[in-house]
Design a protein around this ligand. Structure first.
Ligand code: FES
Length: 245
């Protein structure tokens, strides 16, 4: 084989092993649209990383490069943010990313049992994806929904008051291609669609379902009953402090 022939072969091999990125001119234009929402460009980084996940499924090297270039910061600075927050993934997740809360309250209310059962049922552990690419699992540390414990999230939509049985049924329906809704109403969309919404490109379904369930409203009902009000805050409090001087 000629030297030229071997060089061509090596180049082809290298190119075919380089990951193909979905990020193109449209993604760049949308990043600039996000940047324009903020007084400081760098404030746009978090939604930009969600946009990268909407295109790529996770935060790829190409995504880090594009964020850095658009914001005029280094790739190391972008990577530092992307590796700090667990909502940013460094490798592909399933079409439906399932988070099972195993933090204290959910754990004692059944979260640990749900985790064990679901992990066994799917044959995957933390941060792993089923072979068909449909479901990935993550142990989550509190979904800020303790009043509905034990709680799971699917692509960040809530599945409240779960049991091992209801959790299995939920993932089986998702794997079977059924349209599933959150226990609070909204339709569960794919991981990439959910990431696009988190980047600030809404799907006009923000008002679907209930905004606060009965368990979340108990405190407010008690306060109403007893005439309790929140301490003074905001501008009034600032003005009040000024008067005391
Ligand atoms: S402990 Fe599970 S949502 Fe808070």
């Amino acid at each position: 084989m000629s030297v030229q022939g071997r060089d061509d072969e090596e180049t082809n091999e290298r190119m075919s092993s380089e990951p193909v990125t979905q990020l193109g001119e449209q993604a760049r234009a949308e990043m600039l649209e996000i940047v324009a929402r903020y007084p400081e460009a760098q404030s746009a980084l978090l939604p930009m990383l969600h946009l990268v996940q909407a295109y790529e499924g996770y935060v790829t090297p190409a995504g880090i490069e594009m964020c850095a270039e658009v914001l005029g910061i280094t790739e190391a600075e972008v990577a530092a943010v992307a590796t700090f927050y667990t909502m940013y993934k460094r490798r592909p997740v399933g079409e439906y990313h399932v988070g099972v809360c195993t933090n204290t309250l959910c754990a004692i209310m059944g979260g640990d049992r749900i985790w064990e059962d679901l992990s066994g049922h799917l044959g995957i552990g933390h941060d792993e994806t089923t072979e068909d690419g449909k479901i990935s699992l993550e142990r989550v540390e509190c979904n800020a929904a303790c009043d509905f414990a034990p709680v799971m999230v699917v692509n960040w939509e809530f599945a409240d008051n779960q049991t091992p049985e209801s959790a299995r049924e939920l993932v089986d329906r998702l794997r079977g291609g059924e349209q599933v809704s959150s226990t609070r109403g909204p339709r569960v969309c794919s991981w990439k669609q959910a990431e696009r919404i988190l980047a600030g490109f809404g799907d006009d379904a923000a008002d679907e379902g209930v905004q606060a369930g009965p368990a979340s409203l108990v405190g407010r009902e008690l306060a109403d009953e007893r005439g309790w009000t929140a301490p003074q805050g905001g501008q009034q409090a600032i003005e009040g402090r000024g008067e005391k001087k």
